[in-house]
Ligand binder design. Structure first.
Ligand code: HEM
Length: 373
């Protein structure tokens, strides 16, 4: 399926293609079996209604598979910690040897981690063009991100390294970032931002600064991570970070209008098309009078991966701590930055939420699996 193929209602040929058959058909690592799909929905409340035997097998597999798919700061801890700092650095020298040295210095920097800080994670990304020189056999996509519609000048797009530190306490995050910057005197901070997450829901999702539950649709199984997140070499992946600001033209809307713009209910996260808080949106469901229950400009419809024919991206966003008004430090992971680019272009065309946002910093980074180096 190519870019531009649509699954919008009215296209009778694609009407019945679901997430699972779509993923299996696009040539990435195969997504097999209903059990794997159900796990993507955390095994509960799935619109796919797996049979009980499959669910039992699935939850056993899920625990076993989680360990093999842990990338600290991306898939691990499974419930993202409450606090995070992202810093984008430029290096005085970008030779492959100097890039390697800096990445190693960041990973080996140490600081006090008190028990209340939980599991502190450090994730390092490298600008794709630099990464291609360091790991030529592992980096297939060396281009920077293009500009997008709501990028606002002066846009901070460059940067050689991405450093993401997260933990349950802001103090532990700040301590580690301080230690990392001290260990990399050859680096200059281009931009940095703090993020936080609200208390997790029982499903491990959280509320964004606009009050809606975020992270409902995410890959949570080995099959879905293989299909959409890992490049094929260990847990190598690509990260996109975008510092997004949500304007009062959205936050000032009445709740029912906001819900139409998202495609889900604000209180429970349930799709307007029906189902519980972890259910998928049904893009084709209509009211008795024939009105689409998920409006055409709803964010959940516009961002739906079936519309671009690519597997699910992994989203792990944080509320922006240091922005006036509401903001989101959008963080996502995929095995090809095209997943992000194609999705963002659809949101740029039309989106009841994204049309009320602007972005002033961001970029794409290759994340080498630290276990491989
Ligand atoms: C201000 C920024 C944003 C906010 C507040 C936001 C919020 C949300 C919310 C509340 C949902 C529905 C719940 C869920 O499935 O997690 C959602 C879904 C989603 N968003 Fe965003 N989002 C933002 C930006 C973006 C961007 C920039 C992208 C990618 C380019 C994106 C991609 C997605 C995807 C793929 C889904 C799942 C759609 C589905 O399959 O149902 N979002 N977002």
């Amino acid at each position: 399926m190519s870019e531009g193929t649509t699954m919008e209602p009215g296209d009778g040929t694609t009407r019945k293609i679901g997430r699972r058959s779509l993923f299996a058909g696009i040539g990435a690592a195969a997504v097999t079996g209903a059990a794997g799909f159900a796990l993507g929905r955390m095994g509960e409340g799935s619109a796919a209604a797996p049979d009980p035997a499959a669910s039992t097998t699935s939850s056993t597999q899920q625990r076993a598979l989680a360990e093999a798919h842990r990338l600290p700061g991306a898939t691990w801890p499974e419930v993202p910690p409450r606090h995070l700092t992202v810093a984008v650095l430029t290096l005085a020298s970008t030779t492959p040897a100097d890039v390697r040295t800096a990445v190693e210095a960041i990973h080996t920097a140490t600081s006090e981690v008190t028990p209340d800080a939980g599991e502190l994670t450090v994730l390092v990304g490298v600008a794709p063009a630099l990464a291609a020189a360091v790991w030529p056999e592992r980096v297939a996509h060396a281009e920077p991100l293009p500009a997008f519609r709501n990028d606002r000048a002066p846009f901070l797009a460059a940067g050689d390294l991405l450093v993401e530190v997260s933990a349950e306490t802001a103090a532990a995050v700040a301590d580690r970032m301080r230690a990392i910057l001290a260990a990399t005197p050859q680096a200059t901070v281009l931009w940095r931002s703090n993020g936080s997450r609200d208390a997790p829901t029982p499903a491990g999702t959280t509320r964004t600064p606009i009050g809606f539950v975020d992270g409902i649709i995410n890959p949570r199984t080995a099959d879905l991570l293989d299909a959409g997140v890992w490049t094929g070499t260990g847990r190598d992946t690509y990260a996109v970070v975008r510092r997004m600001h949500i304007e009062s033209t959205f936050t000032g809307l009445a709740v029912p209008e906001q819900e139409e713009a998202i495609g889900r209910r604000r209180d429970t996260g349930s799709p307007l098309s029906g189902g519980d808080g972890m259910a998928e949106v049904d893009l084709f469901a209509k009211s008795e009078t024939g009105r689409l229950l998920t409006p055409t400009a709803a964010h959940a419809r516009r961002a739906h991966p079936s519309n671009i024919g690519r597997p699910l991206m992994l989203r792990r966003s944080y509320a922006l701590g240091d922005a006036p008004g509401a903001g989101l430090l959008f963080l996502a992971f995929f095995n090809d930055p095209a997943t992000f680019i194609m999705t963002q272009r659809r949101l740029d065309e039309q989106d009841g939420l994204i049309s009320h946002t602007y972005t002033d910093a961001g970029g794409v980074f290759f994340v080498p699996d630290p276990a491989i180096g």
